[in-house]
Design a protein around this ligand. Structure first.
Ligand SMILES: Cc1cc2nc3c(=O)[nH]c(=O)nc-3n(C[C@H](O)[C@H](O)[C@H](O)COP(=O)(O)O)c2cc1C
Length: 401
């Protein structure tokens, strides 16, 4: 009893790495620490908790240049010792497929990222840039000189309804990359990683998920090539692994993560044996010693819809030697369980973090969450549905604390 009082007192007045001074009420004094909110050493980065900001495309980067309003958006979602992954960011002028998404292939873009990265660092966050090429998930309107998008294949993609349930998107049938063009795309990823370092990011996450270019090579329902980048599993994974190798050589394995979604079928990009694909990839990634593998749960039927599902990421988690980040459909208790049961080291949250800038604090206090609004996910407004989600403590509004 006396010990309990002492420990409550200790937690009440002790400085907490991401909640700040005196900010835990007595009730929340962690007699037993909450697994999701315990520190974690991510390579050279000391994280104070395991609640990661998932990469979230927000379409507010006018003309593919990150904007000043992103300073507040990311700063609001930063906690001391928290890991943030920036929204998908194009590696070249052929990489884009949506309006107003950021890039990192020009000096203007690199300079525009700098104040955003600085703001995250000023609050003690660790910030990775997700580097991206959409491949065939594009339209000639987004391509230089109106050219057709590139892919592993020339198979066209049917029109889709986006995850906001509103927008219908049309795609231009792609052009199959020639074998001799592939090193140039690998080089675009390498240069993007170099640019991310110049912008001040702590590392990059290679976007190898969700039906975009890397997956268009990896998955056998799309890849119909007959060269050394098609056919066998080894051949289909070659392009993604060449990108990993190039980025590792450029910035060092301790700054490289990758996102994979072997079970997903977004943008008609599925595989006949996703578990085999996931295992092949993590085993191959082990050879490069990259910092983390970030995998999307099989239960994510679309980017924003969760289903009951018998599959699990555990075999991949067990086979991978680095840090394993799981994402997709997690709530607080699910995340706690995943860490407690060693199914993940870190858990990335998308929609909840989008709508709750102080999500780690809310999880620590088991406080109620704001609801997210799908209709403002992808609008171009610099405030609405972007930086106007309320904090638990309205007074600070995320700017000061
Ligand atoms: C608005 C929105 C934008 C997203 N943008 C990206 C993105 O840029 N890159 C990516 O890998 N995943 C993206 N995703 C997927 C999320 O990172 C995450 O995996 C997904 O929302 C499932 O996690 P959740 O249930 O915690 O939201 C996006 C999801 C949403 C809702």
């Amino acid at each position: 009893m006396i010990l309990g009082v002492i420990s409550n007192h200790f937690y009440k007045y002790h400085y907490h790495p991401f909640l700040g001074h005196n900010s835990i009420p007595d009730m929340a004094a962690p007699q037993h620490p909450i697994p999701l909110l315990t520190p974690y050493k991510l390579g050279k980065f000391n994280l104070s908790h395991r609640v990661v900001l998932a990469p979230l495309t927000r379409q507010r980067s006018y003309n593919n240049v990150p904007q000043p309003h992103a300073v507040l958006y990311y700063s609001q979602r930063t906690s001391n010792g928290g890991l943030l992954i920036a929204e998908a960011t194009g590696v070249s002028d052929t990489a884009q497929g949506y309006p107003q998404t950021p890039g990192i292939w020009t000096q203007e873009q690199v300079q525009a990222w700098k104040p955003i990265v600085d703001a995250v660092h000023a609050k003690g966050g660790v910030f990775f840039c997700q580097i991206w090429h959409v491949g065939r998930v594009s339209h000639s309107d987004y391509q230089p000189n109106g050219q057709v998008p590139i892919s592993s294949t020339d198979k066209p993609l049917s029109p889709q309804i986006r995850s906001n349930g509103i927008d219908k998107v049309e795609f231009t049938p792609p052009r199959r990359l020639r074998t001799d063009e592939i090193p140039g795309i690998v080089n675009d990823f390498r240069l993007a990683a170099r640019n991310a370092m110049e912008a001040g990011f702590d590392g990059v996450e290679i976007h190898g998920a969700h039906g975009y270019l890397l997956e268009q090579f990896m998955k056998d329902k799309v890849n119909d090539r007959t060269d050394e980048y098609g056919g066998s599993l080894e051949n289909r994974c070659r392009f993604a692994l060449e990108v990993v190798e190039a980025v590792v050589n450029e910035i060092g394995a301790d700054r490289v993560g990758i996102r994979l979604s072997p079970f997903a079928e977004y943008s008609e990009c599925g595989d006949s044996n996703p578990k085999q694909l996931g295992l092949y990839m993590v085993n191959a990634l082990n050879k490069y010693g990259i910092l983390y593998c970030h995998m999307v749960e099989p239960r994510m039927k679309t980017v924003g819809e969760k289903i009951e599902c018998p599959y699990s990421l555990v075999p991949m988690r067990k086979a991978f030697n680095g840090t394993f980040i799981a994402a997709g459909g997690y709530d607080r208790q699910d995340g706690i369980n995943a860490v407690a049961q060693d199914r993940a080291d870190l858990v990335a949250y998308g929609r909840f973090f989008l709508a709750n800038p102080d999500l780690p604090k809310r999880f620590a206090l088991d406080a109620p969450l704001n609801k997210y609004h799908r209709d403002t996910f992808y609008i171009s407004d610099p405030v609405l549905g972007y930086t106007d989600y309320p904090f638990l403590d309205q007074e600070t509004n995320g700017v000061a604390s």
